[in-house]
Structure formats: structure tokens, C-alpha cells
Design a protein around this ligand. Structure first.
Ligand SMILES: [Zn+2]
Length: 205
């Protein structure tokens, strides 16, 4: 029914995670409503985002340049590291403004049954980061705040971190805490309300 270029645009938009047949078609049609100027600006934006946005070499969050806003901050507490799975998982905690430490994005959780081993995750970088913070950067203790959805692979990942820290004699200097009950078991980081996050963070154990 639609001209070929429009169909192709719709097909391409469908490659974006979370965009299905219907929304890709709607999006393609909506894009046609833009003025030439808006359209050109969008194209430039897309290219710029592609060229300039990268992952922080320190923590794995999005950044422009080498390091993200958290890792390059002068006011953040580097002895408090919050562990999340995906970059977007940290957004609700950050928005709640209760947390002033830094983050570490694992990208993936360890899951040997799915062939995901430590080297496929950002976990070894975390260990070296903790080590560096305790030695060169002089922190006496690190608090590792676990902000992971409960799952078998989350447990496996935490067990691995404990083992490595223990084998390097660092476990007594790392306090592992997790956000308290009050967080629903399968919370959605997009929709969880800030009061719940603040309470869960304050009551972390
Ligand atoms: Zn960072």
C-alpha cells in the first residue's frame, strides 16, 4: 500500500529494540510530517549520537569522550560503587538524588548455562577498580551497593565477585549491601517510583 522508500524506512525502524510492526509504521509516517529543517536536524543528530556517544571506560555507562559524568565528577563518593546490570538500570536511583556514589555497569550477568562467563561481562573491570580505589586512591573501605534484579545469574555474579575479592584478600574491606525489601521482586526500573527507591536505599543492608 505504501511507496517502497516508506516501507523500507519502516522495516529499518523495526530493527530498534522494542519497536514492533505497528509502531515502526507509525513512526515512519510521523517522520514524514517533519519539516525539511527538522528532518535534517534529526539526521545530523543520529549521526552525532552514533559518532560521539560511547561507553565509559571506567564504569560502562554512556559517555561522550573517555569518561561519564559520574566517573569524572569531583563531588561523587568513589568509595561507594553501585552495581547495576544495564546502563539504564541506574536511572531511577540517580533520579531519586539520594545516591552520591559512583556506578558500575556489568553489561551482562554471569550465566554459565547461557555461555556467559566473567570475561563477557564488565566484572573484572570492577575488581580492578575496587583494588585501585583501595590501594592507589586510598579508600579504607568500599561499599558495593547491589542494585540487581533478583535472579540466579545475579547470585552467580555476586558469588564470583566475593570469591575473587576473597582470593585477593580484599573481602574484609568491601562491604556488600543490597537495596532493602520494599523493592518489589520483579520491579521495572522504568516505572518504579522514587519514594520506593529512596526508602529501599536508606534501609539497605
Ligand atoms: Zn563512568
Amino acid at each position: 500500500m505504501f511507496p517502497q522508500p516508506l516501507q523500507e524506512l519502516s522495516q529499518n525502524l523495526k530493527k530498534i529494540p522494542g519497536i514492533g510492526q505497528k509502531s515502526s509504521q507509525k513512526l515512519a509516517l510521523d517522520l514524514l510530517q517533519l519539516t525539511n529543517e527538522q528532518y535534517n536536524e534529526l539526521i545530523i543528530n543520529l549521526q552525532e549520537a552514533r559518532d560521539k556517544v560511547d561507553f565509559c571506560q571506567e564504569c560502562g555507562f554512556f559517555c561522550e569522550g573517555r569518561m561519564c559524568v559520574f566517573c569524572s565528577s569531583r563531588v561523587r563518593d568513589y568509595s561507594q560503587i553501585c552495581l547495576v546490570e544495564k546502563p539504564t538500570d541506574l536511572i531511577p536511583l540517580e533520579k531519586s538524588e539520594i545516591y552520591r556514589g559512583v556506578y558500575h555497569v556489568l553489561i551482562k550477568l554471569i550465566s554459565p548455562l547461557d555461555n556467559v562467563f566473567p570475561e563477557h561481562t564488565n566484572v573484572n573491570k570492577l575488581i580492578s577498580r575496587i583494588e585501585e580505589q583501595l590501594t592507589e586512591k586510598g579508600s579504607k573501605e568500599i561499599e558495593l551497593v547491589l542494585f540487581l534484579k533478583p535472579s540466579f545469574s545475579a547470585d552467580t555474579t555476586i558469588a564470583y565477585i566475593r570469591d575473587i575479592l576473597s582470593s585477593r584478600g580484599l573481602l574484609d574491606k568491601v562491604k556488600l549491601t543490597r537495596l532493602a525489601t520494599g523493592l518489589p521482586l520483579y520491579y521495572n526500573t522504568d516505572t518504579i517510583d522514587q519514594a520506593t527507591i529512596v526508602r529501599a536505599f536508606e534501609d539497605r543492608k
